[in-house]
Ligand binder design. Structure first.
Ligand code: DP6
Length: 332
């Protein structure tokens, strides 16, 4: 048996990854830039075991159906094929999220699995190699190898597409992200399906691609200059533009719920009262608000009239991936 374990933290993109150039290799259409957060993480243990007759995936202690296991098995197949291993594996993942409100992320999950495989099979991968491997599980996972800010450079091949840490001189520690968990009345469209439909059918998609370079440059400049307003403005605009592309898809769709719109409006109002804060959203109705730590308590207070404390979850910048000791590791 070969066993390994790792913990990876989730990341939220400020400049979004939205669309693939190569579905098989998970090469993105555009660079993206994210902040890794401390409040949500996944710990995954993998055991390649000669006694297994198929892969098994346990999430928070419960064995998962084949639908949920698909991404995991596809990833394990890649690892097995690359490293000439024929053993099936048991994957045991724990999601550490403050509530059970659908915040589990494929970024932390697949990054942790890549780290666990690295340890189990003694691959000794560098962070860049690990980022490339995690990318094959889920695109956004390649950014969760690193703490703080990271940029996923789209590259042109499996070799050249990976994330890199962005040195912000510790500025990330002055920032916070407040998650506003809203009700989800709409049927889920996964980010994978949503971005595919958008790339294939949305007449707005080319506009999205045209804007990326400018947004990315602005975001990187804002980080270099520690300019919060500039970073916030480009974060919010980029997210709105990404979500705009879904309205031009055939058939059109949106991840926004009425509650998401309410949060966006509240953020705009709070901003008018001179508290700089900016929203961003991913493939679901929850809204994340970027704010400086010094204003977090005031922001929470302003939102507390409208949302319960369970709906408001704050996070700070988080660390990169960590390898963990495997319980009973003498077996490995
Ligand atoms: C909207 O990384 O979940 O959160 O590569 O198909 O697994 P796959 O997609 P995934 O997409 C994340 C999309 C996003 C934006 C982002 O995180 O950059």
């Amino acid at each position: 048996m070969y066993a390994g374990k790792a913990r990876a933290y989730t990341n939220i993109a400020l400049i979004k990854y939205w669309g693939k150039k190569d579905e098989q290799l998970i090469l993105p259409m555009n660079n993206s830039l994210s902040l890794t957060l401390d409040a949500f993480y996944t710990e995954t243990c993998v055991e390649f075991d000669e006694t297994l007759t198929e892969d098994q995936f346990f999430l928070d202690g419960t064995i998962q159906e084949s639908k949920q296991t698909k991404k995991i098995t596809a990833f394990l197949d890649l690892v097995r094929q690359r490293h000439q291993i024929e053993l099936f594996a048991k994957v045991d993942s724990q999601n550490f999220v403050p509530t059970a409100a659908g915040l589990a992320s494929s970024a932390s999950g697949l990054a942790a699995l890549a780290g666990a495989c690295n340890q189990a099979l003694h691959l000794n991968l560098t962070d860049t190699e690990l980022s490339r491997l995690a990318r094959r599980g889920s695109g956004s996972a390649c950014r969760s190898i690193f703490g703080g800010f990271a940029e996923w450079q789209k590259g042109t091949s499996d070799q050249t597409s990976f994330a890199k840490a962005i040195d912000a001189d510790g500025w990330e520690d002055e920032l916070a992200m407040l998650f506003v968990l809203v009700d989800d009345g709409v049927k889920d469209i996964s980010s994978r399906d949503g971005m595919r439909r958008t790339v294939e059918t949305s007449s707005f998609y080319s506009g999205w691609l045209d804007s990326i370079e400018t947004d990315l440059t602005a975001a990187k400049q804002a980080i270099a200059e520690k300019d919060f307003v500039k970073l916030g403005e480009v974060t919010e605009a980029n997210s709105l533009r990404m979500h705009g592309t879904t309205l031009g898809a055939v058939p059109p769709f949106t991840y926004w719920s009425p509650e998401s719109l309410k949060v966006m409006q509240l953020v705009r109002e709070i901003r008018k009262n001179r508290l700089p804060c900016y929203f961003t959203m991913d493939a679901g109705p929850n809204v994340k608000i970027l704010v400086e730590k010094k204003h977090l308590a005031t922001l929470k207070h302003s939102l507390a009239e409208h949302f319960s404390s369970e709906q408001l979850i704050s996070a700070s910048a988080g660390p990169g991936i960590k390898l963990l000791p495997v319980e009973g590791s003498e077996k490995s």
